[in-house]
Design a protein around this ligand. Structure first.
Ligand code: 5RP
Length: 229
């Protein structure tokens, strides 16, 4: 059921794409539905160029005949379409469940607009039930972990950080980094947390996407809702 809803949201976003657009293309199962919907439109003559946010998305999009380039070649984009792990009514997001948060954030920030696509289960009143991904440099990651824990303690947040694993080894992002997932339950002040996290040496990026999304298509039993901040 949720797959069907993800597909509905993705297809709605694909309708917003027009020829000539420079597109950021997100990562995850919902974004994959978008890639398929976009590929159908490309086969019908839509002329766009995309910058993928992960190796996984690049492979899928290329296999479906979508023209791709890099952000080095095309540093300004018109629109990024991407999924989210959580979104609130102001379109503050948690992203990075799929581990692509760093490239996703760079691409979204280089885009004039960002459309979020999601099924209704991703809609929350307060962010934080979904663990917040924090991408760190492997060098000195124990020191970085302790600095993050100290920040969480200072902010009165639960000090529960899990190193993301892929089998027996730490999960490695496309950028060669590791991820700590922070189980925070409720993030009452995402702005302060976001600003403080990036000041910690060793933290590369985090999954709080604030003031980046311009619109969301959220699919539920009663159809696809449009949310704007
Ligand atoms: C990947 C992401 C994804 O957009 C997020 O995890 C949602 O994934 P899905 O569409 O599979 O639920 O941020 O880094």
């Amino acid at each position: 059921m949720s797959d069907n809803l993800k597909q509905q949201a993705a297809e709605r976003a694909a309708e917003d794409v027009i020829s000539g657009m420079r597109l950021g293309i997100g990562t995850g199962s919902t974004a994959e539905f978008f890639v398929h919907a976009l590929a159908k439109r490309v086969a019908d003559g839509l002329d766009v160029i995309g910058v993928p946010t992960s190796e996984r998305t690049a492979e899928l999009a290329a296999s479906l005949g979508i023209k791709l380039t890099t952000l080095e070649e095309l540093p300004e984009l018109d629109l990024t379409v991407d999924g989210a792990d959580e979104l609130d009514a102001n379109l503050a997001l948690i992203k990075g469940g799929g581990g692509a948060l760093l490239r996703e954030k760079i691409v979204a920030a280089a885009s004039g607009k960002m459309i979020v696509i999601a099924d209704g289960t991703k809609n929350v009143d307060t962010l934080g039930q979904f663990p917040l991904p924090i991408e760190v440099v492997p060098f000195g990651q124990e020191a970085t972990r302790r600095a993050i824990l100290a920040l969480l303690r200072e902010m009165g947040l639960p000090q529960n950080l899990q190193l993301r694993m892929a089998g027996e080894h730490p999960f490695v992002t496309d950028g060669g980094h590791h991820i700590f997932d922070a189980h925070l339950l409720k993030i009452e002040d995402p702005e302060t947390l976001a600003q403080a996290l990036v000041k910690i040496p060793g933290v590369v990026e985090h999954g709080l996407f604030l003031n980046l999304a311009s619109k969301a298509y959220v699919a539920g039993e009663d159809g696809v809702k449009t949310i704007t901040p």
